[in-house]
Write a protein that binds this ligand. Structure first.
Ligand SMILES: [Zn+2]
Length: 357
């Protein structure tokens, strides 16, 4: 089951920075963008039973990452490994409060360090599972640490302990894992927040973990690497394929499948508005001004004066500005911008991998 040839890595990393957003991009964003605060210091993970054997691990300090686990007769599957060894330890403590069965799998929903850096702190026997593109991009460990720095108060000690642990098993579009009396499905519907976004779904409970594809209740898509059209297609496939009840999102409050009724129109409207701006010859600033975040996406938080909510509103508004910026760049054919799909195409041939499912 050892999936990845170590010798296939040579020559890989120089390609990645050229085709993905450079590390400093979080601080070069349009005015108003706030990097998500992901420093886990002081965060707890609260266990919430969503169905028999199905548990969400909800961060007490959003948007610090959520996680979760599913228990079957043979063992446990964990969703996302968190940002460092300490947080991965909290996940394992939470599992141990429910069962002494072995942790058979850890699934990484995307390549970002806040979902993968904890991999190394799980037992050697645990198989790390990820989508192919996620596994490939994860190899550029140094770049990812740079990228995450502004999200952890520029404190590199947050992940000072971390050693890169790559996936043992990779999937392309689909993989089913039977934990014994409980099946877990992994779905990759295409590029979204990242090129390899994976949804973990427990069909008997209709519970899904979405990673960054859905950040949380009240949120909008975050096109961190651009690709609005691809994101829309991915969400449409998701909506058509799975009948989701509860969603454990990557970073914020628990939500439900109904959030897709917000995501799909948001993405269509974004594409339409930016296209119009470009046809009208508008520059980026004019396009941003001409594409406000629609009222239907903000009315849930209107009229509240809670400071936490104000922070959430500002974060969402910043994401929207980012989305308009990236969509404009992508459509304008900016030579410095290359769609996220290019990252995979450029490196695919160079890397032999063992694919299950
Ligand atoms: Zn994330």
């Amino acid at each position: 089951m050892k999936g990845i040839s170590k010798t296939a890595h040579a020559g890989f990393s120089p390609l990645i920075p050229a085709v993905l957003a450079p590390p400093e991009v979080l601080t070069q964003a349009p005015p108003g963008f706030i990097p998500p605060p992901l420093n886990p210091s002081g965060a707890r993970l609260e266990t919430k039973e969503l169905a028999p054997g199905v548990y969400g691990l909800l961060s007490s300090k959003p948007p610090v990452d959520n996680s979760g686990f599913v228990v079957g007769e043979h063992g446990v599957l964990v969703i996302d490994a968190h940002i460092n060894g300490a947080m991965a330890g909290l996940i394992q403590t939470a599992v141990r409060q429910v069962t002494s069965k072995p942790i058979l799998y850890v699934v990484n929903t995307n390549y970002h360090g806040d979902h993968t850096f904890g991999n190394y702190a799980f037992p050697q026997e645990t198989l790390i599972v990820a989508q192919q593109k996620t596994a490939e991009i994860m190899r550029d460990f140094e770049r990812e640490k740079q990228f995450l720095l502004p999200t952890v108060d520029n404190d590199p000690t947050v992940f000072g302990d971390v050693r890169l642990r790559l996936p043992d098993v990779v999937l392309d579009e689909y993989l089913e894992l039977d934990l014994g009396g409980r099946v877990v499905e992994l779905h990759h519907f295409g590029h979204g927040n990242t090129p390899g976004d994976t949804i973990v779904y427990v069909p008997e409970a209709r519970v899904a973990w979405t990673g960054n594809l859905i950040l949380g209740e009240g949120q909008i898509p975050f096109l961190i690497e651009g690709g609005a059209g691809a994101y829309l297609e991915t969400m449409a496939k998701f909506a058509h394929t799975l009948e989701v009840g509860t969603i454990v999102p990557g970073h914020l409050a628990l939500t439900s499948g109904a959030i897709l009724d917000r995501y799909l129109p948001y993405l269509s409207e974004l594409i339409e508005s930016v296209r119009k701006a470009i046809r009208a010859g508008q520059n980026l600033e004019e396009a941003i001004a001409g594409t406000p975040l629609g009222q239907q996406y903000t009315q849930d938080t209107a009229g509240s004066d809670s400071p936490l909510l104000a922070q959430f509103v500002a974060f969402r508004a910043g994401i929207h500005r980012w989305n308009v910026w990236r969509t404009y760049q992508g459509m304008k054919g900016d030579p410095t911008y290359r769609g996220p799909e290019a990252a995979y195409a450029a490196t695919h041939e160079k890397n032999a991998m063992f694919v299950l499912g």
